[in-house]
Design a protein around this ligand. Structure first.
Ligand code: FAD
Length: 295
């Protein structure tokens, strides 16, 4: 008797064996078994349904500017929310942006409305989704300072909204990080009372302090809350600048940045991270915690 076999059909927009180094600012990362860049919520849901039905793990990424993806890649589905999901609407008081839009768009659009409250994001190469999930920030501001609403896909696959969020965000952490929810869009308040330096001033300040010429993922370690020095200061004091494992090298300009000086592997970076953590612990008794996420 013939046996009937049901197979879940792979949606055509799901690609196979896609190298992720193209999708991280470190230019590091092995292949994802499946990969997609949804252009709509229904496409996203179909991708996740496929993962669910076939028992695959999945991960969402934005611009990959805070990620160290292993050389072995990811044996599951990687969903990149990027330029295909990047519209925005302004009503004069608020700015609604889809999560795949680049973060600088906040500042760019707000400036058209004579509002500089998002200028602090200039030079942070993330997406809106990644910045909300990470509560990205600089110059004493964080994205959550101006966030009024987040639209997200729940673990159960429903589109939901959440407001009154401020109390749930912490330094480089949000309720949307690692919890199975996907940020679809965010609403921000245009706060004209927050006057910040211009985008070009901010960019030149950043360029004078941080390396932008070689691939990196920004600051590797969080600043410890209980120490009187920043992670970068402690790393500088233990002689981190210029330390190298393979092509992974600590920036001479900023000791909290590890650069890809050629063909660095994730293993090179990880080994360097381990050495730096050990040195700082020995010298200061402080365990540095990574800001970047390892996949
Ligand atoms: C040169 C340089 C400078 C930087 N400077 C700063 C800085 O000043 N301040 C700062 O805070 N960061 C900085 N960063 C780090 C990084 O840009 C931010 O953390 C950024 O917010 C990450 O956004 P992303 O889209 O690249 O997210 P990714 O790196 O792709 O992902 C980061 C995390 O967010 C999650 N995520 C991504 N998109 C979504 C989504 N739609 N829904 C739910 N979760 C999601 C991912 O799963 C992952 O856990 C810098 C990086 C570089 C390379």
């Amino acid at each position: 008797m013939p046996t009937s076999i049901t197979r879940t059909t792979r949606p055509s927009f799901l690609q196979q064996d896609v190298y992720l180094n193209k999708y991280t600012t470190w230019n590091i990362g092995g292949p994802a078994r499946y990969f997609c860049e949804p252009g709509s919520i229904s496409e996203l849901q179909r991708g996740l349904d496929f993962a669910d039905e076939t028992g695959l793990n999945w991960r969402v990424i934005g611009n990959g500017s805070n990620l160290l993806i292993s050389d072995g890649g990811f044996d599951g589905l990687v969903v990149r929310i990027g330029p295909k999901f990047a519209d925005h609407v302004v009503d004069g008081q608020t700015l609604d942006v889809q999560s795949g839009a680049p973060l600088y768009k906040l500042a760019d659009v707000a400036n058209d409305y004579r509002c500089s409250c998002f200028n602090f994001v200039t030079g942070i190469p993330g997406t809106i989704g990644g910045a909300v999930a990470m509560n990205a920030g600089a110059f004493e501001y964080e994205v959550s300072d101006f966030l009024t609403k987040v639209v997200y896909l729940s673990e159960g696959g429903e589109v939901n909204e959440r407001d009154s969020l401020k109390d749930f965000f912490e330094y480089r952490r949000s309720p949307f990080l690692y919890n199975g929810e996907i940020v679809l869009g965010a609403e921000f308040r245009l706060d004209r009372s927050s006057e910040q330096p211009s985008m070009s001033e901010i960019l030149s300040t950043r360029r004078s302090k941080m390396p932008y010429s070689l691939p990196s993922a920004g600051s590797v370690f969080k600043n410890p809350s209980h120490a009187d020095k920043t992670a970068g200061e402690m790393l500088d004091l233990v002689g981190a600048k210029g330390m190298r494992v393979g092509d992974a090298v600590v920036s001479h300009q900023h000791a909290n940045f590890i650069l890809n000086d050629g063909q660095a592997t994730a293993q090179n970076v990880q080994n360097l991270i381990d050495i730096l953590q050990e040195r700082v612990y020995k010298e200061f008794g402080v365990t540095l915690v990574t800001e970047i996420e390892v996949i």
